[in-house]
Every structure is written in structure tokens, then in C-alpha cells.
Write a protein that binds this ligand. Structure first.
Ligand code: ZN
Length: 501
């Protein structure tokens, strides 16, 4: 058994190494690569992806998993070896259920579709991508059907991003959230919007970078095992538990852009850095799902980073960093500026309160498309109608409507968006559980200390990597299933005070 387990582990680590090499190529592509290298880089990434996939679907892995099943069953569920076998089996089954020919056709189609979208968006030409999107819908359905036995056709696609979550549990949760958020949004937007001119002055990039990175470091982001670089679309990427990098982008006339994206990515990165070192390179050695991952980034970005307590400590320092711009701006004005709420057209620019409405529109449209209740041809109008009813705004065109997000044009229809809102809900649920267990957390934050919060997250979430499923993590960390109540309470308390609701 020991030898078999050792062989399984070394095969899995080899796959992990290939994926890490591909990730490093991607990081370089998104930060420093000269533009002329694009074609060669694409080929190199495809080669590594193919090698990793071939190694994963190798029947030898299936045989090892079968042989190890009795061993797994003789061990407790949370034993590390049992967990490795269990999670490896899930990955193996996922990879082998989808025929290789379908996978390469889908990958090729996604590349073509992405290219069409990259031209169609600036040209505001939905018709140009419509045939691609129709094929994407058909192929997304086909992909789901390689995993028969689902309750809802979106479930296998949701599973790929948020394992164990189902359309029929997310839908009522989102419906309730939407129902309870719309009146909050209406009450806020009936008032005159906050004046955020103080964050729209000239802020030199070097000082922005230093301030954001200092905050990330104080949160607990370990720069001995990470670094910060510039990119057009910020992301976090892991090459190993000992090398987790973040990226950000700067706007000279918007202080919030790089600051909050740095804090957001630091939240993702601390999760990856906090996984137990023994899991490195194996399927256990990374964050468990999109939703749980996003809960970590949104928790640090919003619940901590946009809180009054955080700025009680950090605002005097920010004023010292930018004395000309902020020296005479009161904390209260700044706090209101960074928490300004106003319904907008673009998801990625949305504030904390309206953000979920953007996500839920996309989630509902994905389900309607998969169910055959909505055709791709009718998608742009359905999009506008939902923005009108949910946010009270209407994009002048499709560029800022249905063409704004890349997700459907480079991946599946289904499973692409729910993780963002699950992350917001979960971030609040985890934070509430953390402060209940460690009541000193709010006072620490006001003193610029984050050890108690970081420690609770490390102990209850980070260290486990992918050992437990998302639902198990939630249950273990908070003592109950996913619930929206802590999130609603958080928004009510914060924005009730800000807007005297
Ligand atoms: Zn994120």
C-alpha cells in the first residue's frame, strides 16, 4: 500500500509541476512578456496543458486509485492519505468522463470565440459573436451531459468551479438575497450620492504601490513567498505554496483602483500561502473552490479594507503618504468616498452593495439559456430588461451590456458567475464566525493588527487546502451550512449607519 500511495503521489506531483510551469508562463505573459512572443507562448502553454492532461487520464492512475480504495476506506475521512486519494479520484473521474476529442474541440472553439469577442466588443457587434455563443451553449450542455444523474443541467458546470453547489440550492438563496437587497439599494440611491472627488486626484504610482503592499503585508501576506507586479487585469497565481504572487493595476487619478485590488488579491494569496506545506504540489495543495476563494479576497478587500476600523488606523498614514491630496480631507469624507454606492452598468466597477445584482443577473441568464427558456438571439434584450428592473439602468449598447464580461466568450455558459456572490455571502459568514470565536478582532483591526483574524482563517480555512469540500469547510468553520443572514446583517449595519437607513 505504501509503495502504491507513493507512486500515486509522485504521479500527482508531476502533474502539479507541469501545471505550475504553465502557470509561470501565464504569469510572465500577463506581466513582462514582449508582445511578439504571444504565438509561441500560446503553443508552449498548450503543450504543457496537454502533457498534464495526458498524465492525469493515464489508466495507471485509475488502477492505483482502485488498488488504494480499501486502504482509503480503512482510514478516517479526514486522514491526509485518505483525503489525497479521495480528491485525486474526483479529479481523475472528472478528467476521464469527458472524451479527449470533445475537450480539444471545446478548447479550440473557446479560443476562436474569445478572438471573435475581442473584436466584437469594441465594435459593439453582438451578431458577430452570436454563432460562437450558440455553439458554446450547445457544447456547455454536452459537457454537462457527460456527468449524467444531475438535478439541473447547470449542476455539473457549477461543480467544476464550486464543487457540491447546486442550481436548486443557489437559486432560492440568490432570490432571497436579491429580494432583500433591492430595497436597500433603492433606499441608498434615493439619496444624493457620496462625494468621492477626494480619491480622484493625482496619486503617484510608487506611493500607491508602497501603501497597498504595506497593508497586504500587515494582513499577513508573506513577501518571502510572494511578490507584487503590474498587469492589465489583476489576478493571483500559485506556483507552489512557497510562491504565490499577486498583481495589480494603477490609475493615476483613482486611488481606489490599485489599493483595493491589491487587498483583494492579497486575500486570495494568503489562502494559498496558508495551505499545509505537506500538500504542496498535490491536488490538496490549493484553495477548494471559486466561492471559498472569493470569500477570502472579498473579506480582506471589503469587510476589513473598506471598514471604518481599518481606516481609523490607516487613514492618518494615508494622509502622511499623500499630504497634498488628503491632508485636509476628513476621515469621514474619505470613508464615504470609498463606500460610495451607485448603480452602474459594469460589474467589475460595481460597489459592494450593487455588485451581487450584477452577478445574479448573469447567473439567472445562464440557467435560462441552459434550460432552453432563453435563446442566444434574445440574450441582449433579456440583459437590458434585467438591468432595467434590478438596477434601474440601461446600457446604451451591447458593448457595456452582454458583451462586457469575457466569461461566456472563453469558457462555459453555466458555472461562471455564482462564485462571486457565494464569495460575498461566505466572506461575511466566515468573518462573523471569526469575530464570535475571537472577539478581539475588531479592536485589533482598529490598531492595525490582523493576527487574530488571519490566525482564525488559517486554522479554519487556509490550512485545509482542498481536503474538505466547500460545504464541509463552511460547516466546520461556522457550525452550519451556507446562509445569507450574516451578509445581510453586515450590509444593513454598515450601510444603515452610512446612509441613515
Ligand atoms: Zn477574486
Amino acid at each position: 500500500m505504501k509503495a502504491k500511495l507513493q507512486e500515486l503521489r509522485s504521479r500527482l506531483v508531476e502533474i502539479g509541476d507541469l501545471n505550475a510551469a504553465a502557470a509561470l508562463l501565464y504569469w510572465d505573459q500577463s506581466t513582462y512578456m514582449p508582445a511578439g512572443a504571444a504565438a509561441a507562448r500560446g503553443r508552449q502553454q498548450a503543450t504543457l496543458a496537454r502533457l498534464a492532461h495526458e498524465k492525469l487520464i493515464d489508466p495507471a492512475i485509475g488502477k492505483l486509485l482502485d488498488a488504494l480504495q480499501p486502504h482509503e476506506q480503512s482510514l478516517p475521512y479526514d486522514d491526509d492519505d485518505a483525503s489525497l486519494i479521495r480528491v485525486a479520484r474526483r479529479q481523475y473521474e472528472r478528467a476521464t468522463k469527458v472524451p479527449a476529442a470533445f475537450m480539444s474541440e471545446f478548447t479550440e472553439h473557446n479560443a476562436a470565440s474569445y478572438e471573435a469577442w475581442a473584436k466584437a466588443r469594441p465594435a459593439n457587434d453582438f451578431k458577430a459573436v452570436q454563432p460562437y455563443l450558440e455553439k458554446t451553449l450547445e457544447m456547455s450542455r454536452q459537457l454537462a451531459n457527460y456527468f449524467p444523474g444531475y438535478e439541473h443541467i447547470a449542476d455539473p458546470l457549477i461543480d467544476l468551479a464550486d464543487y457540491g453547489m447546486k442550481a436548486n440550492t443557489i437559486r432560492p438563496l440568490f432570490a432571497e438575497l436579491r429580494q432583500r437587497m433591492v430595497p436597500i439599494v433603492q433606499a441608498i440611491t434615493s439619496q444624493s450620492p457620496a462625494d468621492d472627488s477626494c480619491v480622484h486626484q493625482r496619486f503617484p504610482e510608487g506611493k500607491q504601490r508602497a501603501f497597498g503592499l504595506d497593508a497586504a503585508k500587515r494582513f499577513g501576506y508573506d513577501l518571502n513567498r510572494g511578490r507584487l507586479d503590474k498587469t492589465p487585469h489583476p489576478f493571483t497565481i500559485t506556483f507552489s505554496i512557497t510562491d504565490v504572487r499577486i498583481t495589480t493595476r494603477f490609475k493615476a487619478d483613482d486611488l481606489t483602483e490599485s489599493l483595493f485590488s491589491t487587498l483583494h488579491e492579497a486575500g486570495h494569496a494568503m489562502y494559498e500561502q496558508g495551505v499545509r506545506l505537506e500538500y504542496d504540489g498535490t491536488p490538496l495543495g490549493e484553495g477548494v473552490s471559486q466561492g471559498v476563494h472569493e470569500s477570502q479576497s472579498r473579506l480582506w478587500e471589503n469587510i476589513v479594507g473598506r471598514s471604518r476600523g481599518f481606516w481609523t488606523y490607516f487613514y492618518p498614514r494615508l494622509q502622511k503618504t499623500f499630504p497634498q491630496q488628503l491632508g485636509s480631507v476628513p476621515l469621514e469624507t474619505f470613508y464615504r468616498a470609498i463606500n460610495k454606492v451607485s448603480p452602474s452598468l459594469i460589474r467589475t466597477d460595481a460597489d459592494e452593495v450593487t455588485y451581487n445584482l450584477h452577478v445574479m443577473i448573469r447567473f439567472d441568464l445562464e440557467l435560462a439559456l441552459l434550460e432552453g427558456k432563453l435563446s442566444v438571439a434574445d440574450l441582449p434584450d433579456a440583459w437590458h430588461a434585467r438591468y432595467q428592473s434590478d438596477l434601474g439602468v440601461r446600457a446604451p449598447d451591447d458593448r457595456d451590456g452582454v458583451l462586457q464580461d469575457v466569461h461566456w466568450y472563453g469558457g462555459t455558459i453555466g458555472g461562471s458567475f455564482q462564485g462571486y456572490t457565494l464569495g460575498n455571502i461566505l466572506g461575511a459568514q466566515f468573518f462573523a464566525a471569526a469575530t464570535q470565536a475571537r472577539p478581539q478582532i475588531p479592536a485589533e483591526i482598529e490598531a492595525g493588527q490582523f493576527g487574530a483574524l488571519h490566525g482564525w482563517l488559517a486554522e479554519n480555512i487556509y490550512q485545509h487546502g482542498s481536503k474538505y469540500t466547500p460545504n464541509e469547510i463552511i460547516e466546520r468553520a461556522t457550525g452550519g451550512p451556507l446562509r445569507i443572514e450574516p451578509y445581510i446583517q453586515y450590509l444593513r449595519a454598515k450601510y444603515g449607519e452610512l446612509y441613515r437607513l
